[in-house]
Each structure stands twice: as C-alpha cells, then as structure tokens.
Design a protein around this ligand. Structure first.
Ligand code: LHQ
Length: 263
C-alpha cells in the first residue's frame, strides 16, 4: 500500500493528517482511503494525541473519489459502488464521528464530492477564504454519499441542502460560513494559525469532556428532549469523574490557569 498519499505526524498533542495526492487534487484512490482509516485509528488509540487536524496538500483539500479508479480511463465501471463505499468512505466518516477526541478540518482549497462530506463529518471546520465546497456528484450523474445527505440538511436546512446537492454548484468559503455549513472562514494563507491553531488549543483542553460533548451532540440528532436530558445527566456524571474536572475546579478556586492532562 502506498503510504505517502496520507501524511501522518503526531506532535504536541495534535495528529496532523494530510491528504497528499496533490496532482489529482487529493482525490481518493482505494489505498489512500484505507490509509486514512489507519491514520484515524492510530490517532484514536494514541493517548498522547488529544486532537486531530485533517487538511490537504497543495491547492485543494480533496476532489472526492479518483474518478479514473472508479470507472477506469475508458469510462467502463470497474468497481461495485456499494462495496466500495462500505469499504472506503463509510468507515472513514464513521471513524471521524466515533473518535473520542475533537477532529478539526482545515479546508485549504476545493472540497468536492466525498471530499466535501468528509470535511463536514469533522467536528470543527475552518476554511481558507480561497476554499470552496461542491456537492459534485450530480455533475456526473451520481447522488451524494459519504454522509452528505445526512450532514447537509442538518447543517444548512433542507432547502439549501437540496439546492446544493441538485445544482452541483460551488459554494465559496465565505458563503459556507454564512449559511452555517462550516464554523469559520479565515483569510487566505492563515489556515495554519486559524485552523491548526484551533487543534492545538483543543489539545490542551479537557480531552475526555470534549469527546463527551461530541457524543452528546451526535446523540441529540436522534434523541427526544427527554432522552437528551437523561443522556446529559449520565454523561455529566462521567465528566465529573475525570482528573481534568478536579484540576479545573482546583485551578478555579486557586485563581490560576488550569493544566489539563486530558485524563
Ligand atoms: C481528478 C479529480 C477526481 C481524478 C480533479 N478524480 N482526477 C463514491 C463511490 C464510488 C464512485 C464514485 O464516487 C464516490 C464519491 C465521489 O466523490 S463522487 C464525486 C467525485 N468527484 C468529482 O466529481 C469532482 C471532479 N472534479 C472536479 O469537478 C474539479 O476537478 C474540481 C471542481 C474539484 C476542481 O476544478 P479545477 O480547479 O478546475 O481543477 P481541474 O478540474 O483542472 O483538476 C486538476 C487535475 O486534477 C486534473 O488533472 P490534469 O491531469 O488535467 O491536471 C483533473 O483531472 C484532476 N482531478 N478531480 N475526482
């Protein structure tokens, strides 16, 4: 398996994962998708990693499926799409959502097709002003996958989601922020500070509680208010058992800055 299509670097509490096939706008072939799964698993199990930062090399974030692999250069189907999704993108989206640590996506350029939806699966999405989001699927006669039909209506409402998926037009980063598709747009050239900086900041925060917030937010999408209140009550008890809660309270009472260990 090629290992360079995904770069992985863990330092200072942050695992930086870089999609790295810039010559094809970081579009995914199967080895790259499998390698991303490995990278996410590594970030999940490494206790020294307290936040993940996902970004792309070169001018794009990710152009989705490598279409040359999907249909072959002669335009003939070479893969079964159901099997392919189950083996590649679905586990990626599920791994991002299940990872008990915050995942920040730094969208450095165009995010299209499955690439856009992998970005939207992340917990905090920061985009460079020159980035864009494109539900490209319809432009080649496909339907959105990799969670697009789940994330988009929830993020921007049914009207905008349907239009984005049906019209297949690029949404600029500024507009993406305005409609609530992403957290924030930062000036071109400042993603390192504005995106990676957020991952670094999160890596010094109470990791267990961050993971629990993520779980509560995701559970809320399928719960009633009553179930969610119960869930909060149970999860709060869990948070109160962490060393970081003890440290947070101690620091507050001593009027000093807390030093969270992520435990
Ligand atoms: C690419 C790609 C690409 C290969 C740019 N593949 N080479 C799941 C299940 C199974 C099968 C199907 O798919 C899926 C999930 C999906 O993701 S389906 C959606 C797949 N993605 C797309 O349809 C997006 C296709 N790309 C584009 O629309 C454009 O390239 C965008 C809008 C992303 C960027 O446009 P430009 O900035 O104008 O760049 P470009 O089009 O000139 O691309 C630069 C190079 O990258 C070019 O190669 P070349 O050799 O001419 O320099 C493209 O062929 C290559 N490339 N996307 N997905």
């Amino acid at each position: 398996m090629a290992t360079t299509s995904i770069l992985y670097d863990a330092a200072g509490g942050v695992a930086r994962i870089t999609l790295n096939r810039p010559e094809v706008l970081n579009s995914f072939d199967t080895p790259m998708a499998l390698r991303l799964q490995e990278a996410l698993a590594e970030a999940s199990k490494d206790e020294a990693v307290r936040a993940v930062y996902l970004t792309g090399a070169g001018r794009a974030f990710c152009a989705g499926q490598d279409l040359a692999e999907a249909v072959g250069r002669d335009g003939q189907d070479t893969i079964n799409f159901t099997d392919h999704l189950r083996r590649t993108y679905n586990p990626i989206v599920q791994a991002i959502r299940a990872l008990p640590k915050p995942v920040v996506c730094g969208v450095n350029g165009v995010a299209a097709g499955a690439g856009a939806n992998i970005a939207l699966a992340c917990d905090i999405v920061v985009a460079s002003a020159e980035a864009s989001f494109l539900q490209a699927f319809i432009n080649i006669g496909l339907v959105p996958d990799s969670g697009g039909t789940f994330f988009l209506p929830r993020l921007v409402g049914v009207a905008r989601a349907t239009a984005m998926m049906m019209l297949g037009q690029k949404i600029g980063a500024q507009q993406a922020q305005e409609i609530g598709l992403i957290y924030k747009v930062v000036p071109a050239g400042t993603l390192e500070e504005g995106g990676f900086g957020i991952a670094r900041q999160l890596a010094a925060m109470p990791t267990k509680a961050l993971g629990l917030i993520k779980k509560l937010v995701h559970d809320s999408l399928k719960n009633t208010l009553e179930q969610q209140l119960e869930s909060e009550a149970a999860v709060q008890q869990e948070a109160s058992g962490t060393a970081d809660f003890a440290e947070g309270v101690r620091a507050f009472l001593a009027k000093r800055k807390p030093n969270f260990a992520g435990k």
